[in-house]
Design a protein around this ligand. Structure first.
Ligand code: GLP
Length: 274
């Protein structure tokens, strides 16, 4: 797990943009997993700006969103589908047929979830999965107690999650009590994972994710065992990390580590000297 700490939300988004750009351009990744929520909004603005600068292109990119409320139609203004359409999809050159979403009005929850897994597999799996984190450490809607092996499934939302997401609704009682979400296992299958978190109200969840035990009571902690995860956070979200200095130094040391390794390899005759 690589932890990158930035000064503010804007820098978090800019750094995250670079990771996405490298994934799309250098690694030629074609399948993205996307989150909703306030946290990725600045990154989505960066992606739109990157497209306008012709640095990136979405014409052959497919997306799978993490989750959707049960009971809301795709065009319901509070649905995650509507959120994504208005915040990102209608501003980029993605083909509508390449956008994949769980159907919140399905008449068969189990079949809908199984079909989503099949659609992901049919495209060769998610290459880059972008994530936010809930205050209780959930990713997607994998509330505390969700199995770390879980596949796409239906979930009963916790009171805390309903309260946190009430700001997007007129009244708290309008927030759906159930949702469909990719499972932790589904997320873990992605080749590369990028998690963003900003603000002090995420500090406890961030500390549990990075330094706590791997437990289904904090689904984000499963990411500790994924081989390619970058966590980009601001100082406020980092503020409850016990080893804050170490994480900061480890992130700063990354480039230096490569310089050191190149010099050592050259010394050992494994690379040409110049
Ligand atoms: C919801 C979403 C998550 C998101 C979380 C945090 O629970 N299902 O995917 O990460 O909210 O959202 P925000 O970024 O608004 O804090």
């Amino acid at each position: 797990m690589r932890v990158v700490i930035k000064d503010n939300e804007k820098q978090v988004a800019e750094y995250a943009y670079e990771i996405v750009r490298m994934a799309l351009v250098d690694r030629q990744y074609k399948v993205l997993g996307l989150p909703t929520g306030s946290t990725p909004l600045l990154l989505y603005s960066e992606l739109i700006a990157g497209l306008n600068r012709t640095e990136i292109d979405f014409s052959d990119i497919s997306t799978f969103n993490l989750d959707e409320y049960l009971g809301l139609s795709a065009d319901h203004p509070r649905s995650y589908r509507y959120f994504m359409e208005t915040r990102l999809f209608e501003k980029i050159n993605i083909k509508p047929s390449n956008i994949h979403f769980l159907n919140g009005l399905t008449d068969n929850v189990e079949a809908e979830c199984a079909e989503y897994e099949d659609q992901i597999a049919a495209l060769g799996g998610i290459k880059l999965q972008i994530l936010g984190i809930g205050r209780d450490g959930h990713i997607g809607f994998n509330e505390p107690g969700s199995s770390l092996e879980s596949r796409t499934h239906y979930v009963t939302l916790t009171k805390e999650t309903i309260a946190d997401n009430a700001r997007f609704f007129d009244r708290e009682k309008d927030v759906p009590r159930w949702a469909l979400t990719m499972g932790v296992g589904t997320v873990m299958d992605a080749e590369q994972i990028l998690l963003l978190a900003t603000g002090e109200n995420k500090a406890a969840a961030v500390a549990a994710m990075i330094e706590g035990p791997i437990t289904q009571m904090c689904s984000a902690s499963a990411l500790q065992s994924h081989p390619d995860v970058t966590v980009v956070i601001d100082w406020a979200a980092a503020s409850k990390l016990q080893h804050l200095e170490y994480w900061k130094q480890a992130a700063d040391d990354y480039d230096e580590m490569y310089d050191f390794l190149t010099a050592a390899r050259r010394h050992a005759g494994l690379e040409d000297s110049y």
